[in-house]
Ligand binder design. Structure first.
Ligand code: HPA
Length: 273
């Protein structure tokens, strides 16, 4: 076993020792969406700092702990706080936890994030199911030697955001009365928000929303064979689409006002997995 595999096993072992639950589903909470963590029942909290080889979550409004408990009577891992490329981590390090989840036997990865909207059919506050992404970083979690135990060297990204899970999410949106848009997410490296010219360019290239997270996790999840779903909370107009400058406290405020609907949707979805 090489060093990377050993790091992964050690982290997985620590998580398994913390709780007798063996979840098949993991949820990652994005900016301003940490409130969802309070819905987790009977959970243990494991700070990232106590999990060997986990990076620290340094982004403001990201708690930095793993909750292991139940939601809708299903055991789940909930990551309150995520890792970003803009924090200085490589794609591989930012998505290290996905390999740990694979090792733990997880099958479904449900991601959330805050994003700027580009498609003017949408409104700030809308929830958008990610249909596909455009990766404007040139990075991959899998650059370098392939770790065969996790997946193959070359892998297909044409159903990265599982069409099966997306259909289920739309059904849950109908059941819960939550408006759920669908569109393409563009990854930009940040930490600066985009320029108005970049937003216009992204729109021409087919992006409906833009953000600085999620894509590393999705690439690694596909590599590892996990089913993935992502819901973006569209917190603001992309730069230049409104006269107001972008502010991260506004992003977090809008996201937290939508946490209720997002939670309802996720709970319904987890109940039907
Ligand atoms: N751009 C990039 N990331 C974001 C934005 C944005 O407008 N809003 C929330 N996250």
């Amino acid at each position: 076993m090489d060093k990377a595999e050993m790091a992964c096993q050690l982290a997985a072992q620590t998580i398994q020792n913390a709780s007798p639950l063996r979840p098949q589903t993991a949820v990652v909470l994005g900016s301003g969406l940490g409130g969802f963590a309070s819905a987790v029942q009977g959970g243990v909290q494991l700070p990232y700092a106590d999990i060997p080889h986990f990076p620290r979550a340094t982004a403001p409004s990201h708690a930095g702990e793993l909750l292991i408990g139940t939601l809708a009577d299903h055991p789940v891992y909930v990551f309150s706080g995520r890792f970003h490329y803009y924090e200085g981590l490589s794609f591989r390090r930012a998505a290290f936890f996905v390999r740990v989840l694979k090792q733990l036997g997880v099958r479904n990865l449900l991601l959330t994030n805050a994003a700027g909207l580009i498609n003017l059919d949408f409104t700030p506050g809308d929830l958008m199911l990610v249909q596909d992404h455009i990766n404007f970083s040139g990075q991959s979690t899998c650059r370098g030697r392939n770790e065969e135990m996790f997946g193959e060297r070359f892998f297909d990204m044409s159903d990265a955001y599982s069409s099966e899970l997306r259909a289920l999410a739309h059904a849950c949106a109908e059941d819960t009365g939550v408006l759920l848009r669908e569109g393409v997410y563009a990854f930009m490296p940040g930490p600066q928000y985009e320029t108005p010219a970049e937003i216009r360019a992204l729109g021409l290239l087919g992006a409906d929303a833009v953000g600085m997270s999620t894509v590393p996790e999705v690439i690694e999840a596909v590599h590892c064979g996990l089913r993935t779903l992502c819901i973006s909370c569209l917190t603001n107009y992309g730069a230049g689409l409104s006269p107001n400058p972008l502010r991260s406290d506004e992003v977090n405020d809008i996201a937290s006002t939508r946490a209720g609907d997002l939670s309802a949707l996720l709970l319904a979805l987890i109940g039907r997995l």
